[in-house]
Design a protein around this ligand. Sequence first.
Ligand SMILES: [Mg+2]
Length: 423
Amino acid sequence: MMRKQSKDKKIIFIFDLDGTVTKQETLPLIANAFNVHDEINTLTHQTVSGNIPFVEGFIQRVSILGRFDVNEIRELLSNVELFEGIVDFINVHKDQCAIATGNCSEWVDGIAKRLDCECYSSSAVVEDDKIVKLKSILKKEDIVKSYQARGHQVVFIGDGNNDMEAMREADVSIACGLVHYPANSILSIADYCVFEEVTLLRLLQQINQPQLGNSVVLSCAGIGSRLGLAKTKALIEIEGKKLIHFQLDVFRQVEDLRVVIGYQARSVIEAVLELRKDVLFVYNHDYFQTKTGTSYYLGSRHANEYCVAWDGDLVVHPDDVDKCIDFKGEYVGCSDIVSEDAVFIKTDDKGRVQSFSVENGDYEWSGPAKIKRCNIKYLSTNVYNQIEGLLPLPFLKIRAQDVDTYADYKNVIQFIKSWPNEK
Ligand SMILES: [Mg+2]
């Protein structure tokens, strides 16, 4: 289900409000202030976990909170803390941004006034400063569709179960884990997942306008079938340390680090967050049917000008990592032939990579590679298939090993032990 993107289309960013732009959920905030938190929290919890449909839960919550003065609630909410970087982005790009909240406009007006953009919400009938009944309940997906019908490309940013249909319809969907872990339902369809505001802001800028510099795409979506440890390779342990933690160590200086996830996605996210929170997670939902070339493509969408392809099972000598990232322009990484199940590289007389071969060659294709983002196309096979059409390319000789088989796994342990000052 690759989505079409057109450069001519105006990009519209639609933000959920609660827990995406606000630093706390507003309904529990109201509930606490008016001392009905037990009632509301039970309902909220049931709704968030999907046991009660959103609309039903919402109607019940409004009937509880409708007993209180609209003005008091509005006043309370107008002071709620917001993510200031997101507010700035919205206000700078006001013609491209909108808010879609299921909350009643009568309550959230005060927040909406602080945001210089269109705000779509539910609405209610107010009598004597009390909500007496709901007039309309916003379906966020209708807002997405209406922008698309006007020829726009829609990016939806949300965190909860009630964002799912909108995110499914959107051309690009970003799950936000800024306030709480995003709802499972949206993680099953999201393109991206972020846990820090700085990561979201960087991604929004990248989507809005191509950026210069490098991105590193670390592909950790696969099932690791040849290794036979029933774990995605990022999670296997070498000398008691997860492979993904070795990778995060070597990429400490990389700002735009993108981790592509699929199989055991949640465990990979949790392992990454133990060390670093500003990573961009990119979903390859079709990880079973596709290979690393697909993950590389997905990870490079909206990335910086050059994308370094790095398989999650690739271990590069720490003294060679910087040159893999800093190398000017496109290249193909290769090493001496060490793996059990290698793909080989044949070089031409100018010392460039001429072709790949599964039979023989001068070096082993180990990865990484650096390719211009505009040259990376969708395909369902391997990264080297992605590169084949771009050859000849310079090659970069490095010391590296990957972990395809159990024999490789044992070799990698020796390889890491040989490093100076190994951590
Ligand atoms: Mg929300």
